[in-house]
Design a protein. Structure first.
Length: 235
C-alpha cells in the first residue's frame, strides 16, 4: 500500500471514529436528559389520572376492549404458530438463550400488529377525544376550541364534535422502522434496550400530534419544539 493510500485510509478511519464518538456522545446526552426529565413516569401518572377521573372512561371503553381482545388473539396465535420456528433461529445466534430472547421478539411483533390494527381501525378518534377532554379539564378551553366545539356556558360547558380533520396516527414510515428494528431483540438484553430506545426516540413526538394540531404549529415549529425536549420524548 502506497503512502497516499495509507493516508486516505487513516483519514477515513479518523472520520469514522469521529462519527461514532459524536453519536455516542449524543445518545449519552439524550439518555441523561431522559432520566432527569422523569417523563418515563408519565404512563403511570396518566393511568392514575384516568382512574381518578371516571368521566374520561366512556370514549375509551370500546376501543380498549377491542384492543385487549386483539392483543390476546394475536399474541396467542403468534406464540402458537411462530414460537418454535423463531426460537430455533434465535438459538443459532444466542444458544440456549434463544428460547428466552425470542419472547420479547414475539411480543414486539404482536405489539406492532395490534398497534397497526388499533390505530387504523378504532383507536385514533377515542385518543383525540380523551386528549381534548384532559386539556378541557385542565382549563385549556381556548386551546381545545381550536379543534373541537365547546358547547354551553360557564360550568355547563361540554365538548362537542371535532372541528379539525382526524390525525393520521399511522404512518408507513413508522411501521417500516418498527419492523426493521425488530431484529435488535435478537441481541440479549442490550438489543432490547436499543430497540426500545430507538423506537421511543422516533415515535415519542407522535403522541403529541394532537397538541401540535391544536397549536397550529408549522413543521419547523414542531421540529424545534421536539428537539428542545428530545430527552423527554425518548423516555
Amino acid at each position: 500500500m502506497s503512502s497516499g493510500q495509507q493516508q486516505v485510509f487513516r483519514d477515513r478511519s479518523k472520520h469514522t471514529k469521529d462519527i461514532v464518538v459524536e453519536q455516542v456522545q449524543h445518545a449519552t446526552q439524550i439518555g441523561k436528559e431522559a432520566v432527569v426529565s422523569g417523563a418515563y413516569l408519565y404512563p403511570i401518572e396518566g393511568a392514575y389520572y384516568l382512574l381518578s377521573h371516571p368521566r374520561l372512561w366512556k370514549p375509551l371503553q370500546r376501543p380498549l376492549l377491542l384492543s385487549l381482545v386483539a392483543s390476546i388473539v394475536v399474541t396467542g396465535a403468534l406464540f402458537l404458530f411462530t414460537y418454535l420456528p423463531q426460537a430455533a433461529i434465535m438459538c443459532l445466534f444466542n444458544g440456549p438463550l434463544g428460547f428466552v430472547t425470542v419472547v420479547p421478539l414475539i411480543l414486539s411483533e404482536s405489539g406492532a400488529i395490534v398497534l397497526f390494527m388499533a390505530r387504523a381501525l378504532w383507536l385514533g378518534p377515542a385518543m383525540e377525544e380523551t386528549f381534548d377532554a384532559v386539556l378541557f379539564q385542565q382549563g385549556m378551553t381556548q386551546l381545545v376550541s381550536q379543534g373541537r366545539e365547546v358547547q354551553g356556558e360557564g360550568s355547563s360547558k361540554r365538548l362537542g364534535k371535532a372541528l379539525s380533520r382526524p390525525l393520521n396516527r399511522f404512518t408507513k414510515e413508522g411501521l417500516v422502522r418498527y419492523i426493521l428494528s425488530l431484529p435488535l431483540n435478537a441481541i440479549p438484553i442490550v438489543g432490547t434496550i436499543f430497540f426500545l430506545f430507538y423506537n421511543g426516540k422516533k415515535s415519542g413526538p407522535s403522541q403529541h400530534e394532537r397538541y401540535f394540531q391544536l397549536k397550529k404549529m408549522s413543521a419547523e415549529q414542531k421540529a424545534q419544539f421536539v428537539e428542545s425536549r428530545r430527552g423527554s420524548y425518548t423516555a
